[in-house]
Structures are given as C-alpha cells and as structure tokens.
Design a binder for this molecule. Structure first.
Ligand SMILES: [Zn+2]
Length: 338
C-alpha cells in the first residue's frame, strides 16, 4: 500500500473558516502516523502532466483557474494565490496513485486537496477546480492502454463533474451513491448515460437516513455485480467521507466500520477483476474524527493489521431500505444483470 500525499496540499486555504480546510488532511496524517503507517508508505507526487489535464478540461477552463486571483469563484469555491499550483499537484497525485497501482498492483490511498469530483470540462464548483479522478482515468488509458476503468464515487454528493465528463463514454463506468436533494442537485436515477455511454452511468440516489444497511445491500446487489460484469482493468474510488453520520454537511448515516467494510469489498472486487488495482482518492468529508478513523481503519486493513482497527463512531441506525434498493435495481437492471 502506498500513500500519495504532499505537504503542499495544506497550503490551499481560505483566510476565514471554510469546511474544505487543511486540517482535514492533518487529521488523517496524524491518525496514520499514530499507527506507524506513514513514512515508508509515502509517495510524493509532482504537478500533473498538462497532456493528461487537457484530456479532461478545456484550455479555457485551465486558463481561468490559472488566472483567477484571490476571491470566490462561486458561492462555495474560494481561490487563493496558490490554488492553481496546488490543484495541479492534486491532479498529479491522482495520476501518480493510479499509475503506481497499475504498475505495482498494490492499492494507493491518495490524500488529495483540493478535491475534484464537482469539476467538469469547463466548470469548477463545490470546492473543486480540476477533476483529479477523471484525469487519473484518462492517464491510465493514455499511458497504460487500459480499456475499461471503473469509478465508484461514495461521496455523499453527486460527482456531477465526473458524471458529465464520462456521460457518453462506455470505456469509463461511473457509479455514484449520493444523497438526493442536496448540492449539486444532479444525478437522478433515470440519467444512465448518453449515446454510446448509455448504461455506463449508474446513479444511486439515496435519502436522508440511509446508511449501513442500505449501503450493504447496494454493494452486494448492485455495485459489485455491475463491476463484475463490466470487468475493469483498474478501479478508482472517489472516497468522500461525508456520507458518515458525523458529517456536518449531509444526512446519510454510514458508520466508520461500515465505511471500511464497504471500501474493503471494493478491494476484494479489484483483487478478483483487476489484479488488485484499486486507488482510493479523497474527495469530501468534513468531520475530522470521522476522516481520521475511517482512513486509519482502511490503512490498517490494507497493511495486514485489520485486527487493530478500533472505532468510536459505530452507531448503526439503518437496517436497510429494501424498497429503495429494489427501485434502484429495477432501473439499472435494464442494462446490467442485477
Ligand atoms: Zn461531498
């Protein structure tokens, strides 16, 4: 297991309070150091190759992020002196993680800031500037000739940027679990991709209160079967921790142990389908304790020390909403054997 991280990621910051803040990464870093999982696992990235970035974003968008200056790009997304430079480094981290995992067949945890999944070809939004995971998917295709890449997005928000970038593309499967009715308002169940990409967008909108039980059902009955049928050469995970019940920005109710369990099921799928090629890339997640606990649990498991994982945030309030899962299966069952 490798950890992709740069101290530079801490230098993108808003002068006032903003939930997408450097302390998020500090909390994860200290939690991992606390269980002696740090130095020997570190892989320090460089800035993204602009050839990779331009496969995802227009020249106009890249220029706008480069030249914006200090201020608000939209009501959620600030820009400071170093944002452009550090956003390039975040996308570079995503690419470094994906290529390392591809070549070495070992998992990577990419502790990236700023996040990326709300950035589309021509737009920023939701604390995101460049779509790190989309750039990584394109780099795998360009540099390693990977035919099929799967992205599973467990952030509580719909990854509208990733969704839009691959909407017509059957070579990149996009599966997203997200809370319906919150930012950015996209990702309805019925949006399944367009043209050649029809069926390769799998939106799984959920409701306030859905958590451990419903996610387990989704994983076993929808996500894993679709991944097996798609048979990706690499699996990338948009790992947002904001579906955690402690998160202040949303109201899904995943617990820490359930998060880790779900992420390890994706690892097992990658072991079966793509020789263990899985990269987890940080997106959102704003409760510092939840971030620490889930990443520590995941890292312990990925380094063979799973029995040491301990969780404070393990309440389980959702036994599983079979009716909702049935409805989601009906829609995506038009395209997949689920
Ligand atoms: Zn989010």
């Amino acid at each position: 297991m490798k950890i992709v991280y740069s101290e530079e990621y801490l230098k993108h910051r808003h002068a006032g309070y903003h939930p997408e803040r450097p302390e998020r990464l500090v909390s994860i870093r200290e939690a991992l150091k606390g269980v002696s999982i740090w130095e020997e696992h570190l892989l320090t990235p460089g800035a993204v190759d602009l050839r990779h970035l331009k496969e995802v974003h227009s020249e106009g968008h890249i220029a706008r992020i480069r030249e914006f200056g200090v201020g608000w790009m939209d009501p959620d997304t600030y820009h400071d002196e170093r944002t452009y430079e550090i956003a390039l480094l975040a996308s570079g981290g995503a690419v470094a993680a994906a290529l390392h995992t591809y070549d070495k067949k070992e998992p990577t945890l990419a502790l990236l800031r700023p996040p990326g999944h709300h950035a589309g070809r021509d737009y920023n939004g939701g604390f995101c500037y460049f779509n790190n995971i989309a750039v990584a998917a394109r780099a795998l295709q360009m540099e390693r000739g990977v035919k099929r890449v799967a992205i599973v997005d467990v952030d509580v928000h719909h990854g509208n940027g990733t969704h839009d970038i691959f909407l017509s593309d059957p070579t990149v499967l996009y599966i997203s679990t997200h809370q319906w009715g919150i930012y950015p308002g996209t990702g309805p169940l019925e949006e399944v991709g367009r043209g050649d990409g029809e069926g390769y967008t799998v939106n799984l909108p959920l409701y306030s209160g859905h958590g451990d039980g419903t996610f387990r059902m989704l994983m076993d009955e929808i996500i894993l079967p679709i991944l097996r049928e798609f048979s990706p050469g690499a699996l990338l995970v948009s790992l947002g921790l904001d579906a955690h019940y402690m998160d202040p920005l949303a109201s899904l109710t995943l617990s820490s142990p359930a998060y880790v369990e779900l992420l390890l099921k994706l690892k097992e799928a990658a072991d079966d389908l793509s020789e263990g090629r899985i990269s987890y890339m940080l997106e959102g997640g704003y409760n510092l304790d939840a971030l620490a606990e889930v990443f520590r649990g995941l890292a312990l498991h990925l380094t063979g020390r799973g029995e040491e994982a301990e969780y404070r945030y393990s309440d389980v309030s959702d036994p599983g909403d079979g009716g909702r899962v049935k409805r989601l299966k009906e829609e995506h069952g038009k395209y997949w054997k689920i």
